[in-house]
Every structure is written in structure tokens, then in C-alpha cells.
Design a protein around this ligand. Structure first.
Ligand SMILES: O=c1[nH]c(=O)c2[nH]c(=O)[nH]c2[nH]1
Length: 306
């Protein structure tokens, strides 16, 4: 018999206070993002453990090697205290290193983290407004995500594969998008649109040529997910697209040109185009729209550097 086994814990939400501030990024022209204070560093962590050392638990009910998933949750929460750097990817790598160093029965791991975004409240101080350093508001907004696969390499550990991302963007461009001259047949009812209010949901994922740059405490080669979000927004703002396909291709080529350390970028986009309802009789720019009916278009693209 062949066995493939894994187990772990998902949705371990960690709220870590007074993390290390994120400093030393290389700035890009499309983004004002230059770092963050990390007074609150909040991440949903998922851990999946691989290894045939756990086989007896399945075949015999022998749990002697089993690290309880409840223990894994405690391990993540306690090791969050010891994490001394500033990025999501660095945190996941640190956890992976600690797991493999502590539990020899674990062969390899998948560790995923999803940032839980909070924003500092704006409070008055000396006649203007500043970011509170104690009060934060939860955002239901796009956020960073990362997955690392970590394996043993003799006495060391290595990243076998990785994927970073920014997920949950919801962007509406009021004017400056078209979709026309597409294939028409007896099934086609969609009218040609030389200008449409393009509303998309968007997830962006990328990989580094050298995974070491994702976890290096020196952030000069780090790709901040906030920078990726800002670049993608700038492209959407500037580019008059002929379709979502056209738009995400432009975003992908701009990202690969901007970040030489990025080897692959991929997109999952949803077409959430609003339906037109009414147009003002006085000013044709003034319109009202409603949400579309549920079926939505999905458009994907993966670009890999030659
Ligand atoms: O940007 C678009 N791409 C499509 O493939 C498509 N199909 C569709 O009905 N609307 C759109 N919009």
C-alpha cells in the first residue's frame, strides 16, 4: 500500500504586538508605501505537516509520534513572541524552522499566512491628525498572503517552493475600459461596449527567482505586497483596456519589469461589471448602476520570465 499523509492546524489567528518596524524597502515609482510600524502584526496561520513518521497513528492508532494540532497552535502563538523581523514571509519561515528543529518526526511542512489587516485610527494632535499608536480598526480589505513549503536539507532546512500574494482587491474603474469586437454567433446577446464601468475582483500571486529574498531581513530585494497592490492600481488607472485579459497582461508585464527579482506572476480576476440602470437627462456622465446577476466571468493569467 502507498500512503500519503498530512495533518495540521488552520486559522491559527495570531495578534502579535510591537513587531519589528518594516524598514529598508526599495521604493517604486507607483507606490508611496515605504514600510510600516508593525505595532500590531496580525496573521492567520495554517500549518500542514508531512511525514510517514505519523503513519502508525493512522494504521494502528498509535499516537506516540503525534504532535497534537492543539500543541501546534500553542507553538505558533508562543513562537510569534520570538519573531524578530518584519515580514509575513519571514514570520512563516521562522515558524517552519522552529517546527522542524523542535520535532524530528516532522519531515516537511506547508506554512500559509494571511495578513489580517488593521489600520491605525486617525486622532487629533497639535492641530492636525496623526496615526494612533494604540488604537487600530479592523479592515475588511485586500491583504497579503504567502505559502512556503519547507523541507529538511541535511542539518539545514530549505524552502522547496513558495508563493506570495495580495488577495481580495475589488477595483472599479468608472470609465476607460472597453470590450468590443469579440466573436459573435447565435448565442451572443452581449452588446459591444466601447466604454464600461469595469468592476473586478482580483488576486495577484508571485514567486521570487531566489526564495531567499522573500525571507531576508535585509528588505532591499523584498517585494512588499502593498507595492504590488499599488502598482496594479496604477496600471488600472492609466491603461485603457480592451478586456480584463488585456488589463491583467499589462499588470503582469509591468510587475515583471518593475521587480527584476520576481520570476513569475499570476492573476485570478473576476468580472463583476455593474449593470447600467439609468442615465441623467441633463448630463450623460451621471449614471446609476446596479450589481450584476450572479454568474461571473473568471479570467486567469500566469506569466513566467524567460
Ligand atoms: O473583459 C472581458 N473579457 C471577457 O472575456 C468577457 N466576456 C464577457 O461577457 N465580458 C467580458 N469582459
Amino acid at each position: 500500500m502507498n500512503y500519503e499523509i498530512s495533518y495540521g492546524k488552520e486559522e491559527v489567528t495570531v495578534y502579535r504586538t510591537y513587531g519589528k518596524p518594516m524598514l529598508g524597502l526599495t521604493k517604486i515609482p507607483e507606490s508611496a508605501f515605504a514600510g510600516k510600524e508593525n505595532i500590531l502584526f496580525a496573521v492567520d496561520v495554517g500549518v500542514e505537516v508531512f511525514g510517514n513518521n505519523f503513519l502508525l497513528a493512522y494504521t494502528e492508532g498509535d499516537n506516540r509520534n503525534v504532535v497534537a494540532t492543539d500543541t501546534m497552535k500553542n507553538f505558533v502563538l508562543q513562537n510569534a513572541i520570538a519573531y524578530n523581523d518584519s515580514t509575513l514571509e519571514g514570520f512563516l519561515y521562522f515558524l517552519g524552522q522552529q517546527f522542524l528543529a523542535t520535532y524530528p518526526q516532522m519531515s516537511s511542512l506547508r506554512i500559509t499566512g494571511k495578513e489580517q489587516p488593521f489600520i491605525a485610527a486617525s486622532v487629533p494632535q497639535d492641530g492636525s491628525f496623526v496615526d494612533s499608536n494604540v488604537l487600530f480598526s479592523r479592515l475588511h480589505d485586500d491583504s497579503a498572503i504567502a505559502t512556503l513549503y519547507i523541507d529538511r536539507d541535511d542539518d539545514n532546512i530549505k524552502i522547496v517552493s513558495h508563493e506570495c500574494g495580495r488577495v481580495g482587491l475589488q477595483l472599479i474603474k468608472i470609465t476607460g475600459s472597453s470590450f468590443a469586437s469579440f466573436d459573435r454567433d447565435n448565442y451572443t446577446t452581449l452588446p459591444e461596449r466601447i466604454d464600461r464601468p469595469l468592476f473586478i475582483y482580483l488576486d495577484v500571486f508571485w514567486k521570487y527567482t531566489d526564495a531567499g529574498n522573500a525571507i531576508n531581513p535585509d528588505l532591499s530585494q523584498y517585494i512588499a505586497p502593498e507595492q504590488v497592490r499599488d502598482l496594479v492600481q496604477v496600471v488600472f488607472h492609466e491603461f485603457v483596456s480592451k478586456s480584463i485579459q488585456h488589463l491583467i497582461h499589462e499588470m503582469g508585464t509591468r510587475l515583471l519589469n518593475r521587480f527584476p527579482q520576481m520570476t513569475e506572476v499570476s492573476f485570478t480576476a473576476q468580472n463583476r461589471l455593474w449593470d447600467s440602470a439609468f442615465v441623467s437627462e441633463d448630463n450623460e456622465k451621471i449614471k446609476s448602476y446596479c450589481d450584476p446577476r450572479p454568474p461571473y466571468g473568471m479570467i486567469k493569467l500566469k506569466l513566467t520570465r524567460d
